[in-house]
Ligand binder design. Structure first.
Ligand code: OGA
Ligand code: MN
Length: 272
């Protein structure tokens, strides 16, 4: 009897170890020639089934469990955010950090994979562009399926701003084309009437793109929750410079408004 119990326990432990080992394997995109060619030539690359289905389901479950800490997404650039952007961006999101993720078991596997991917991407593409990403930030976003998406935008203004690359893993097992929510990207520096490419947010799919490319999330419909885990690979010094430049521009704007008001008052008082 004891032998049987020990055998079953040993089998369970070995299975759990194998599962964890599968969850811990790096994306290893740098070694994937097709992926890297697409990233270099078009500025974005896609890999289907980049994480095991079990991990997709477990992370989606944990993401749903974090809905109470999610807030409406804001249009954001550095520190500036546009509070009135509800229609432009319909998701509810949370920044994933160790505190938010402290009660989750599977999302940290995904976060580790993303962070390893950042190191890979430094050697594979960023260093050739004379930059590198020294931090990864994470976001979980859920679109409720009420016909909202995220209008065409960029995650960073140009190559000198803080965010260098955006990486997304979709957590939507069994996503249907009729649920909408495709990710659209404009390779190169395109206008909005130029051709774009579309990627369905299928569970386990990984998309990596230069953060300064135009992209969009098409409206999500049918009440189907569309869940995505996003990582941004940034350069801290460039991020700080971006924030300082924004602060400076905001202060200058305020000062100019004051001058304009003073002038206006003087003009009105002089009756001209
Ligand atoms: C974003 C974004 C794309 C997606 O949140 O900035 O562009 O497919 N998301 O979820
Ligand atoms: Mn974006």
């Amino acid at each position: 009897m004891l032998v049987v119990v020990a055998l079953i326990a040993g089998y369970a432990v070995a299975r759990a170890r194998r599962r964890v080992a599968r969850f811990s394997t790096p994306f290893d995109c740098a070694a994937d020639e097709t992926f890297m060619r697409s990233l270099r030539e078009k500025g974005y690359a896609v890999r289907e089934h980049a994480i095991p289905r079990e991990l997709v389901l477990a992370c989606a479950e944990e993401a749903r469990g974090l809905s109470h800490v999610m807030k409406h997404g804001q249009i954001q650039n550095g520190l500036q955010s546009d509070q009135g952007a509800r229609k432009a961006r319909g998701d509810k999101m949370v920044t994933l950090n160790p505190r938010v993720a402290c009660n989750t078991r599977y999302l940290p596997y995904l976060m580790d994979k993303f962070d390893l991917l950042r190191t890979e991407m430094n050697g594979a593409v960023l260093e050739a562009k004379d930059t590198h990403a020294d931090c990864t930030t994470f976001m979980l976003a859920v679109y409720p399926g009420d016909g909202t998406g995220y209008v065409r935008h960029k995650d960073s203004d140009d190559a000198h701003t803080g965010r260098k690359l955006t990486a997304i893993v979709y957590l939507n097992e069994g996503w249907k084309a009729t649920d909408g929510g495709s990710f659209r990207i404009w390779p190169g520096d395109c206008g909005d009437s130029d051709p774009c490419e579309e990627v369905a947010p299928d569970g386990g799919k990984l998309v990596v793109f230069y953060s300064n490319l135009w992209h969009e999330v098409l409206p999500v419909v049918n009440g189907s929750a569309r869940i995505a885990c996003t990582a941004w690979f940034s350069n801290r010094a460039d991020l700080a410079a971006e924030i300082i430049a924004e602060e400076r521009a905001a202060k200058l704007d305020q000062a100019l408004k004051k001058i304009a008001l003073k002038k206006l008052r003087r003009t009105m008082n002089s009756g001209k």
